[in-house]
Design a protein around this ligand. Structure first.
Ligand code: T3D
Length: 264
């Protein structure tokens, strides 16, 4: 049974998913990635979920792929099918996070290595505990950053730093990651949970439709000209200007009270 390798709980519109194999630093088995994908997909289509938090149990966020599931130690071993592993396991998770029409927060409680690091970086907001580290561990085992790493890293930190991280596979401290703009914030270890849950509560009561359109616009912006992007901002704003949340936000402003957004 994989269920206890992933814990999930919902409270006031926030779905929290906890990677829970602490003795293996929450390394991913095939069953875990399948279940994580299913949870994310379900969260995406459940209107009662308005924010998702992903975190890890124990001292790690995740050490990436479980290397004990890879039998490559003898020359006679058949190579594992990594095409299939990315196509069917990791890529769908990254797509589910980035395409989800609601915010996804990574609460990086400890070391995040390999796919563990890049799944965290695919999230919309990344908070890290001060003791956490990010490691593009791939080159140590002859691989390249996957789970979107070769796309996400240069966009977050620029090409020079992306190359350094990927080539050298050295641990990057949470503080350095925040300084480089790779993550949103670093907080003291004992404040991580509360800080993340406060943000999650804000997002879960925010204008969910607006957040969805924001994610869509930002994600697509890299491949577009400013001219094209201006047109799309115009179209999105036109749509959001007709939403219940816009009406409520403006009313609340004049009533001098907090808005009661429904996400529609
Ligand atoms: O294969 C595919 O499907 C392709 C997709 C690939 C995606 C990937 O993620 S590839 C990258 C895989 N991950 C790694 O290469 C990271 C390997 N782990 C480490 O480098 C280190 O463990 C860490 C830097 C993350 C943490 O170091 P440290 O010193 O804090 O802990 P440790 O002692 O190395 O690990 C603690 C235990 O967890 C240890 O087990 P033991 O000796 O106590 O029985 C260690 O073997 C185990 N562990 C850590 N990472 C993994 C793991 N077991 C299996 N798979 C792991 N990835």
């Amino acid at each position: 049974m994989v269920e206890d390798h992933l814990l999930s709980g919902r409270n006031a519109g926030v779905l929290t998913i906890t990677l829970n194999r602490p003795d293996r630093l929450n390394a991913f088995t095939a069953a875990m990635t399948a279940e994580l994908h299913e949870l994310l997909r379900d969260a995406g289509s459940d209107p009662a979920v308005r924010c998702v938090v992903v975190t890890g149990a124990g001292r790690a966020f995740s050490a990436g792929q479980d290397l004990q599931d890879r039998t490559v130690t003898s020359d006679d071993d058949e190579p594992p099918n990594l095409y299939e592993s990315l196509e069917e396991r990791y890529n769908p998770i990254v797509r589910a996070i980035t395409a989800m029409s609601k915010p996804v927060i990574a609460a990086v409680n400890g070391v995040a290595a390999g796919a563990g690091a890049n799944l965290a970086l695919a999230c919309d907001l990344v908070y890290a505990a001060r003791s956490a580290k990010f490691i593009q561990a791939f080159s140590k085992i002859g691989l390249i950053p996957d789970s979107g790493g070769t796309w996400t890293l240069p966009r977050l930190v620029g090409s020079a730093r992306a190359k350094g991280l990927a080539l050298l596979a050295e641990p990057l401290s949470a503080e350095q990651a925040a300084e480089w703009g790779m993550i949103w914030a670093v907080v003291d270890d004992d404040e991580l949970h509360e800080t993340v849950m406060t943000s999650a509560a804000t997002l879960a009561t925010g204008p969910t439709l607006g957040y969805a359109k924001l994610k869509e616009l930002l994600a697509g912006s890299y491949g577009r000209s400013l001219d094209d992007q201006l047109d799309r901002e115009r179209d999105m704003q036109d749509l959001l200007g007709r939403s219940a949340d816009y009406r409520e936000g403006v009313r609340a402003f004049f009533d001098k009270r907090p808005p009661n957004f429904t996400g529609s």
